[in-house]
Design a protein around this ligand. Sequence first.
Ligand code: NAG
Ligand code: NAG
Ligand code: NAG
Length: 974
Amino acid sequence: MPKLPLLFATTPFPTLFFLLILSIFQVISQNLDDERSILLDVKQQLGNPPSLQSWNSSSLPCDWPEITCTDNTVTAISLHNKTIREKIPATICDLKNLIVLDLSNNYIVGEFPDILNCSKLEYLLLLQNSFVGPIPADIDRLSHLRYLDLTANNFSGDIPAAIGRLRELFYLFLVQNEFNGTWPTEIGNLANLEHLAMAYNDKFRPSALPKEFGALKKLKYLWMTQANLIGEIPKSFNHLSSLEHLDLSLNKLEGTIPGGFGKLQNLTGLNLFWNQLSGEIPVNISLIPTLETFKVFSNQLSGVLPPAFGLHSELKRFEVSENKLSGELPQHLCARGVLLGVVASNNNLSGEVPKSLGNCRSLLTIQLSNNRFSGEIPSGIWTSPDMIWVMLAGNSFSGTLPSKLARNLSRVEISNNKFSGPIPAEISSWMNIAVLNASNNMLSGKIPMELTSLRNISVLLLDGNQFSGELPSEIISWKSLNNLNLSRNKLSGPIPKALGSLPNLNYLDLSENQFSGQIPPELGHLTLNILDLSFNQLSGMVPIEFQYGGYEHSFLNDPKLCVNVGTLKLPRCDAKVVDSDKLSTKYLVMILIFVVSGFLAIVLFTLLMIRDDNRKNHSRDHTPWKVTQFQTLDFNEQYILTNLTENNLIGRGGSGEVYRIANNRSGELLAVKKICNNRRLDHKFQKQFIAEVEILGTIRHSNIVKLLCCISNESSSLLVYEYMEKQSLDRWLHGKKQRTTSMTSSVHNFVLDWPTRLQIAIGAAKGLCHMHENCSAPIIHRDVKSSNILLDAEFNAKIADFGLAKMLVKQGEADTMSGVAGSYGYIAPEYAYTTKVNEKIDVYSFGVVLLELVTGREPNSRDEHMCLVEWAWDQFKEEKTIEEVMDEEIKEQCERAQVTTLFSLGLMCTTRSPSTRPTMKEVLEILRQCSPQEGHGRKKKDHEAAPLLQNGTYPATYKHSEKESDNEDDDNFI
Ligand SMILES: *[C@@H]1O[C@H](CO)[C@@H](O)[C@H](O)[C@H]1NC(C)=O
Ligand SMILES: *[C@@H]1O[C@H](CO)[C@@H](O)[C@H](O)[C@H]1NC(C)=O
Ligand SMILES: *[C@@H]1O[C@H](CO)[C@@H](O)[C@H](O)[C@H]1NC(C)=O
């Protein structure tokens, strides 16, 4: 015991010090304890997300990965991408020293979070959530705020003037929201602002750029793409002396480019494309020492290009296409050796391509189509190591095809020029060429065998040249070839039968040559959208596959061709033609066998029919009903059969009648589809039918109508489904117009609103996608249409009638019709000439449904001259706006971007060539990204879908990570 006092006595000072430390430590840990309980409470209010598992009471907050402490107090919280869905509780501001709050990339909904009491907050990141409503008018309570990013949310209304009072702001990103008011000119007061971005807010009230912005002396970065800007660029912008990147693309700006931009000595990127700017390009812009990106395409600029471009700066991107520019290309664009692309198509430019571009080893693309250029292409262009696209069509270029091509060069477009000479044998070294369009030149010589070795080529257009001789009889590797056009040459000899084994050939045009001999029957194996063999000297029988509809124009002026069936206006292949072709006896024997066996078949068939009819007459009323059930049923077939009464009849369609029957035990409603056959089903068919029904009966998917059982006998089949309260989609879309045919008792005066339409599109796509992708073999519906999309009480879409009804109806139809399934207005074009179809026919029909949802039009209205698909494509080609095509009834309440996406998707799905249509999986993915519920309103995704769309006027990817938006927003670069 004596030891302790001794210790105190001998070492008083260290002990006191120790106690002092201890008490400070206690204060600190008390503070951290408090902060921990605040955070644990926050965690609980966020619904204890699993992503915050390290937040617990046995460790200190400073040790949690999402928390940063400074001087032992919590100063930063980063909840980036933590799958948070709940509102942020206001108690988060009890953390008195909080400086950074990052809630980005979550699923938070509701209004701007209640955090204005976080008085020390400097960094607030709310980007990539689903916030709605306005920015608070008193946001300036966050008086220390320096960094505010609200990108990719659904904020609406005006941007409040209070933003202009956040004097400390250096970073303000308000990209991609639903703002439908405007922004305050007070933003011009933010003397510290360095980054300002309000791009992709196309609902802003159309406004001119305020001259006040010219006062932003520290502004380095101004990004206002697609922000509904009108009027002129203010002259005051000449004073934005720190500006490094200016992007005002995709607006409606008019007037000229201020000459004073040349004073912006730090400008690296100038993006003014897709506006209505006119006048000349000021010369002093070409003198800016920092300029790397110059994109002014799609305006109305005129005059000559300043010749100094490229001399004074490290110019990388030079894109001036779609203007009215004249004169020559600047000679020194690649003087610093870093030029990536020259894009100057569709102007009035002339002269030769500068020799210096032939030595520019950094080039990825050169695009000069549709100008008045002439002379030869500097040979180095073809072999520039990174070159990908060379597009020179529509000029007066001369010279020959290069024997060597850059390794990655995939697209060469030189049509409508004066190229001459042969295709070099070395063309087999053009390894990655995918598109070669050399139509309408003066190329000559034979088509070399080596050309057929291009493994990646998908489009090969050599029409309108002077090629002669025979085609190579063997094809080494045209595995990817989709489109082959050799028309208007002097080719002769036979058509090689090897063409018939190209797996992807869709378009084949050999017209206006001197091909002779028979059309190889192998060509009939192809799934061709376009076949043109007209104006040749072919003879003999047209392959049987082409003798039906769809090929009326394929064989014009081939007088020696003949047919034996079908609708083509060609002579019959009678003996005379056969004789004149000096066919061998072998052939005659074959014909004889055909004729005899045909005759036997007819006799046999007639006999069977007679027997059938006898049997039918005897047994019609007695055939027993067979029940195939897929669920435990609490009704029996007798109950169903006795309830098929006129009272319960709710619809009558092409394939039969539909009844609604209440199950007397459970009270739930059943839909019974009765399909009658005039002719008895043959045994084999019935088996096949049952087999298919069994597959379908086992499918469980929330977007496919549940088939409860199938009751069939020889003369009719009853399919018993769950009843869909809201019936079919077509009634909602076209119900009013079709009143006369609708037998439903409920009259729909209700308008199907846009969010519901989107939801229906997604549901139906999920159902189809499931059938195409998730079954052991893809199951093709074959008759997708709005009347086969049923809606439950909550308007969830369910696909009905997978293949069944059609199979049955088909059986009853005349033979000539048997190839055609589907409903008029929804039938994919390939159906017209081939029975070899794949699931892309469903994609086509689904595309028609999308167009119906957007436009409210009927797929095949009697008062219109064209079907909906033709109409929609016409609107697209005429560059109509979405306003002009969309259904009046949804105009009030829909998001234009979503409508545009659905319309474009409808177009993509209805392209003629099956291979260019997306798969249902891709369709579903695009739809999901477009929907606030499915994609959680994540705008970023919304834009990711855009580049798929064909028309260049849709905005491309918005990549947030790429803040220095060297944006790829145009279609000139890949
Ligand atoms: C977000 O987190 C998930 C897992 O929690 C991860 O798979 C995903 O890649 C993350 N996304 C981003 C953009 O960081
Ligand atoms: C802007 O959008 C909000 C939310 O959609 C809406 O409530 C408001 O009426 C709109 N304001 C204007 C001026 O259109
Ligand atoms: C231009 O950039 C340089 C280098 O980054 C910098 O030192 C200079 O201050 C900038 N000029 C202006 C006017 O901001």
